[in-house]
Design a protein around this ligand. Structure first.
Ligand SMILES: NC(=O)c1ccc[n+]([C@@H]2O[C@H](COP(=O)([O-])OP(=O)(O)OC[C@H]3O[C@@H](n4cnc5c(N)ncnc54)[C@H](O)[C@@H]3O)[C@@H](O)[C@H]2O)c1
Length: 338
């Protein structure tokens, strides 16, 4: 039986990933280590809570003693590090917290995994550390071009700088110790269980409450949207077949301006939920400091090397997502008032 230490598994992508893994694999053990910050929510995992192949541990990835205890109790084969402070606006207000969790937390996990996995001849077989990173480490694009894995790192926010720092540390453990690692850099995810500080659930939530829909600057910043389950599949493939030491970009090839995205949500809700939800709710607000203009990912490497491709078109994924939030208004209500 393979054991996976998933950090940040009570957050948006981590919880989707745990459910995905347990649905698609019989013979695995998942240990979810999460500090349960404001972004962590065990309700996301209700459907697998009683699964005997799943265990939750409330701990901070920065805590050496707690993480060592996990490695002592379980023979961990894979670490998938989702745990992070993940909201750019919060990083502008409190950068130090981002360095602590995203950089120091990552090196703590690396050191403990290395201690348990290293043997005289190198590393034990079938062990791997996977760092879940972001396309934001590459900075911002103009109107054309794509980020490849070779694009130089040029992060602009304290959030993306902390993620880029963590990536460099993870890579250095491969270069220095030959520790088995992979890094994945994905574009903006969307889907169920996303905390409503992020654009899509924020807009849905505000529409439902007839609250203003804040749009930064001119609303023309472009993001490449990736349905969270497509991302989970990509991570599964990297775990299994990713070449040691390699970085894989994962993108949805769904470039939309923020304004296009918001209008799509309004249109759907207006037609299918409440005709009083209209574009009049849109409110342009002062632009985010250092706001990156465009992100777009070239996923050629993961497609050609591992055979991954996104299966959910934006048109289908966004409807699935809006409907999920409509069917889970209680979840949205509870999380946005807690
Ligand atoms: N959401 C996206 O669109 C996106 C895009 C690119 C990359 N990423 C990366 O994917 C990962 C997951 O993102 P997400 O959107 O699910 O984030 P999230 O904010 O929804 O969840 C983060 C989780 O980490 C936990 N956590 C925070 N600090 C911790 C600590 N010190 N110890 C243990 N747990 C801690 C939180 O409680 C929460 O459950 C992050 O590393 C993020 O940088 C996300």
């Amino acid at each position: 039986m393979q054991s996976f230490l998933i950090t940040g598994g009570a957050g948006f992508i981590g919880s989707n990933f745990i459910i995905y893994m347990l649905k698609n694999n019989q013979n695995i053990m998942i240990i979810n280590v999460d500090k349960l910050t404001y972004a962590g929510n065990l309700d996301n995992l209700k459907e697998i809570n009683n699964n005997s192949n799943y265990k939750f541990i409330n701990a901070d990835i920065c805590n050496e003693k707690a993480i060592t205890k996990v490695f002592n109790e379980y023979e961990i084969d894979y670490v998938i590090n989702f745990a992070a402070e993940s909201h750019v606006d919060k990083s502008i207000a409190n950068p130090k917290l981002f360095v602590k969790t995203n950089v120091l937390g990552t090196i703590n996990l690396l050191n403990i995994a290395k201690k348990f996995w290293q043997i005289e001849a190198g590393f034990k077989k079938n062990k791997k550390f996977i760092q879940i990173s972001t396309d934001e480490v590459y900075g911002s694009l103009g109107d054309t071009g794509y980020f490849t894995e070779k694009t130089p790192l040029d992060p602009h926010s304290p959030y993306s700088a902390s993620k880029a720092s963590a990536d460099l540390i993870v890579k250095s453990y491969f270069e220095t110790y030959k520790m088995p690692i992979n890094i994945t850099r994905c574009s903006n995810n969307y889907g169920p269980y996303q905390y409503p500080e992020k654009l899509i659930p924020l807009i849905i939530n505000n529409c439902l409450k007839q609250k203003p829909l804040p749009i930064y600057g001119d609303g023309l910043n472009v993001r490449d949207w990736l349905y969270v389950l497509d991302h989970c599949k990509a991570i599964g493939m990297v775990i299994k077949d990713g070449n040691i030491g390699e970085i894989y970009n994962v993108g949805g090839h769904n470039e939309k301006t923020n304004l296009q995205l918001v209008k799509t949500i309004i249109k759907y809700l207006n037609k299918n939920f409440d005709p009083t939800i209209t574009e009049e709710l849109i409110e342009y607000v002062e632009d985010r400091k250092g706001h990156d203009r465009r992100y777009a990912i070239d996923s050629t490497k993961i497609k050609t090397e591992l055979g991954w491709k996104p299966q959910t078109s934006f048109e289908k994924g966004i409807i699935k997502t809006i409907n999920w939030y409509l069917q889970n208004i209680n979840w949205l209500e509870k999380i946005s008032t807690s």
